[in-house]
Design a protein around this ligand. Structure first.
Ligand SMILES: Cc1cc2nc3c(=O)[nH]c(=O)nc-3n(C[C@H](O)[C@H](O)[C@H](O)COP(=O)(O)O)c2cc1C
Length: 336
């Protein structure tokens, strides 16, 4: 797995991609993730209509021009017109690659016939893909699920048609829409899509470690993996996953100093990026993630830290707490 992979003219730094996660893969987190050299990091989904009309939220979610390379902006929507406009705006906002969301199961999104609901309406899905391709000259990629439910596992059909229109890379989350996040991702089933098309297909769902990644690749035959939830609170896990996928030795664990720097920089970037209230709210999710994934902490310490650091508005105290998690866990033991 060491031959380079290209999307358009972009040579991917690795075959491990970071999944779009609404409320999670904002610019501050993408900056942090990029330190570990994934192939690419996808933005949070951006609602095509609002984005085209110039909403602040659209600008916020699509941010990263000049910093994130390649900049991948994911669009969601149900109207081919607005998806075309969204693609135009994504390119103007600096996107190197435009991704289409056909995987999101959220009722708010599905109720609007977008996200994974589009897998039930292949004609509309194709019109949307055509719209996006018309709106941009940049490479267009597509993320989807296995199908709506187990009676309609149509990812391979959609993939074939999408590639026929010009989509140049696909990611398949190995669950149906009706499964939401229940059960295990079926990596073998993703293989049907891999075999249906001649563009790179990435396998997604439940990949947390390098061993998971290798198994997912073996079972699916995919070109690479896409990882989401497994990186919340431990973005450095990318190092081990990338090494395993490349067939390289497992890297030494990141030093405590470097982990503390990642967590505190992430916190500070988040506060700097958003208005104050929103910054505190978004940052809390990640602070909880860092606490939950710090292996050196006991359960009591975790609860005590969560109760304190995820409520306080004293940002200096949060920075100190984040440093202590990695640099002085014994001191926390005494305090807990
Ligand atoms: C909080 C959250 C937000 C998500 N937002 C998006 C999104 O904006 N667009 C998208 O295509 N998928 C979204 N997903 C799905 C993920 O990209 C991914 O397919 C899913 O989490 C399975 O991968 P994982 O097991 O590695 O997390 C989201 C998932 C989570 C947990």
């Amino acid at each position: 797995m060491d031959s380079p992979l290209y999307i358009g003219k972009h040579r991917l730094a690795s075959r491990v991609l970071v999944a779009p996660m609404s409320g999670i893969t904002d610019l501050p987190f993408r900056r942090i993730l990029q330190r570990f050299q994934p192939g690419l990091v996808v933005s949070e989904m951006v609602a095509s209509e609002g984005f085209s009309r110039g909403t602040g939220e659209g600008r916020e979610r699509s941010a990263g021009a000049g910093e994130i390379d390649p900049l991948v902006i994911q669009l969601v929507g149900r109207d081919p017109y607005w998806m075309r406009e969204g693609a135009r705006h994504a390119e103007a906002a600096g996107a190197h690659i435009v991704d289409i969301n056909m995987g999101c199961p959220a009722r708010k999104v599905v109720g609007g016939q977008s996200g994974s609901a589009l897998m039930r309406e292949p004609e509309l899905a194709m019109a949307i893909i055509e719209g996006v391709l018309e709106g941009t000259h940049k490479p267009v990629t597509l993320k989807m699920r296995l199908g709506w439910d187990h009676d309609s596992l149509n990812a391979p059909d959609i993939a074939r048609r999408a590639v026929g229109l010009g989509v140049c890379m696909l990611t398949v989350h190995g669950r149906t829409r009706c499964q939401f996040y229940e059960g295990d991702a079926d990596w073998e089933m993703v293989g049907k899509t891999v075999r249906a098309v001649d563009v790179p297909v990435f396998v997604n769902g439940d990949i947390q470690t390098g061993t998971d990644a290798v198994q997912a690749l073996e079972q699916s035959g995919a070109a690479g993996v896409m990882v989401g939830r497994g990186l919340v609170g431990r973005p450095w896990a990318l190092r081990e996953i990338i090494a395993k996928v490349n067939g390289e030795p497992t890297p030494e664990p990141l030093s405590a100093d470097d982990m503390a720097d990642v967590a505190t920089s992430h916190y500070q970037y988040t506060l700097d990026f958003y208005p104050v209230r929103k910054g505190l709210r978004v940052a809390r999710k990640h602070v909880a993630g860092y606490i939950d994934h710090a292996p050196q902490l006991g359960e009591d310490q975790r609860s005590a830290l969560r109760a304190e650091l995820c409520r306080t508005e004293d940002t200096e105290r949060v920075l100190e707490g984040l440093r202590d998690i990695y640099l002085r866990p014994d001191a926390l033991e005494v305090a807990a």
